[in-house]
Design a binder for this molecule. Structure first.
Ligand SMILES: [Fe+2]
Ligand SMILES: [Fe+2]
Length: 473
């Protein structure tokens, strides 16, 4: 059970561990200062209808109430320990899971935890201005829910650093509060987390595509031989599902509204639709192209000796490792990767261990496509012929072998001049972004929605759509 009598709610027996308690109580005021400086802009006094974990049981971990965000009970929750858990992949297969960090894996585990931890505050920073242009109270509440949970994910990683990595861990925990998304002098670690999230279409695409990267990384880490990491990530995944829901339903509601206008005005002319105050479908496609391609880069190089090492040593598994029917060592397995040969795309068979980033990326792509098909159902239902699609995996890549090529969304390799001539058809242009930005106004009357987005089918936690999800003070 989570002990709420503590300053830091937890189910890790914090009260019995004075060293850890001192470290976390020292870090907590710095975290709150970071939240005040870099958390949602101008919102510190709002009372937000938030979900807070009160129990890690599947039945009861969601408790809803109006709270001021700085008073949110950020805490440390791991799914309960299974004392019989054994390592189920890599060279240590069959040995008991580790409750402490083995010396030889200390540096790599720290790096994995810091890289994951860094994305959490980064996304809060990227999204901090969005509250000023929310399309409704319902959406504002969802934004804040995502933000406080990303804050809690940072807590989850900081707990591991403090509890298991001594002084180095404490230093890393401070550095997680010092880096800033997009800061040229002290940026966040991964590229996509230094991009801006300038408007709500970008926010919904980010929570659909980039939080889904989070899901796949967490799933891989939830398999880890290092049991406290596995248990932390399992619990984080319950929260991640809501973030992806916010993205998927947000884009679906935009599509629904645009299609209504298309039918009403009997046009697919982007200029006319823009004049009517909705986002034309080709612009939605360009945003999709951008967020999908930037997120694919987060999985890292397509062939990586680090990925092989992390797997073989048991630090990071595959997505749903336990459900796979192979030997879970993969020493003799091969995997087909798409690469580049003489300036063209070409497949190659490589050792699977080296291709594990690509394996995870391919699983991610499949999952991403299924949601895009659900978006297409919205368009289809409105009787409109347009279809969204994820671009080819070689499109607009900055990391890995594709970075050297110009590739169209359909997978055709093109020269630089063709790329330059078409870039504004494939990726959001400055004009697109300016148009979407021009739609962003603040709508905060309960039950009211901005013109460019349809209301949701239902509210949060069985509340009505016109519920007062956020109270301003
Ligand atoms: Fe997260
Ligand atoms: Fe998330």
């Amino acid at each position: 059970m989570i002990d709420y009598s503590e300053k830091i709610p937890n189910n890790v027996n914090l009260a019995q561990d004075r060293t850890l308690q001192r470290a976390l109580e020292h870090w907590q005021p710095n975290y709150l200062q970071w939240w005040r400086d870099m958390g949602p802009d101008g919102s510190q006094d709002f009372e937000v209808y938030l979900r807070t974990a009160v129990s890690v049981d599947p039945s009861g971990w969601a408790h809803f109430d109006h709270v001021r965000m700085p008073d949110y009970r950020w805490g440390i929750f791991l799914v309960p320990q299974d004392a019989t858990r054994r390592i189920h992949f890599g060279e240590h297969l069959g040995e008991p899971a580790w409750q402490e960090v083995p010396g030889e894996h200390r540096a790599n585990l720290r790096r994995i935890i810091v890289t994951q931890g860094d994305t959490e505050p980064a996304s809060v920073e990227q999204q901090r201005h969005l509250g000023l242009t929310c399309p409704s109270l319902y959406d504002l509440r969802n934004l804040f829910q995502v933000n406080v949970e990303e804050g809690r994910h940072l807590w989850a990683m900081v707990y591991l650093l403090h509890r298991h990595f001594g002084r180095d861990g404490r230093e890393e925990a401070e550095a997680l509060l010092a880096r800033r998304s997009g800061d040229p002098d002290n940026p966040r670690i991964l590229g996509a987390f230094n991009e801006r999230t300038p408007d709500w279409l970008a926010f919904f695409m980010f929570t659909y595509f980039t939080d889904r990267d989070g899901k796949y990384q967490l799933c891989a880490l939830a398999e880890s031989a290092f049991d406290p990491l596995a248990r932390s990530c399992r619990f984080m995944l319950t929260e991640e599902a809501h973030h992806m829901f916010v993205g998927e339903s947000g884009v679906a509601r935009i599509l629904q509204r645009t299609c209504e206008k298309m039918n009403q005005l009997k046009t697919d002319d982007p200029a006319k639709l823009r004049a009517a105050g909705v986002i034309d479908l080709p612009t939605v496609q360009r945003y999709l192209n951008f967020h999908f391609s930037v997120t694919l880069d987060l999985f890292g190089a397509d062939q990586s000796s680090n990925a092989a090492l992390y797997y073989s040593s048991g630090l990071k598994g595959r997505y749903e490792e336990g459900k796979r029917g192979d030997d879970h060592r993969l020493k003799n397995d091969r995997y087909t990767v798409l690469g580049v040969r003489e300036g063209q795309l070409a497949t190659a068979e490589v050792p699977m261990l080296n291709a594990l980033n690509e394996v995870l990326r391919d699983d991610y792509i499949k999952d991403s496509m299924s949601g895009v098909e659900r978006w297409n159902k919205v368009i289809e239902k409105a009787g409109i012929g347009f279809r969204l699609a994820v671009p080819h995996k070689a499109f607009h890549r900055k990391i890995g072998t594709f970075a050297e090529l110009c590739v169209a969304p359909n997978g055709e390799v093109v020269n630089r001049a063709t790329w330059d001539a078409n870039e504004s058809r494939w990726l959001p242009s400055a004009e697109d972004r300016a148009f979407v930005a021009s739609l962003m106004g603040r709508v905060v009357a309960p039950g009211q929605f901005a013109n460019w987005i349809a209301p949701p089918a239902r509210g949060i936690n069985s509340q009505p759509v016109d519920f007062e999800y956020v109270r301003f003070n």
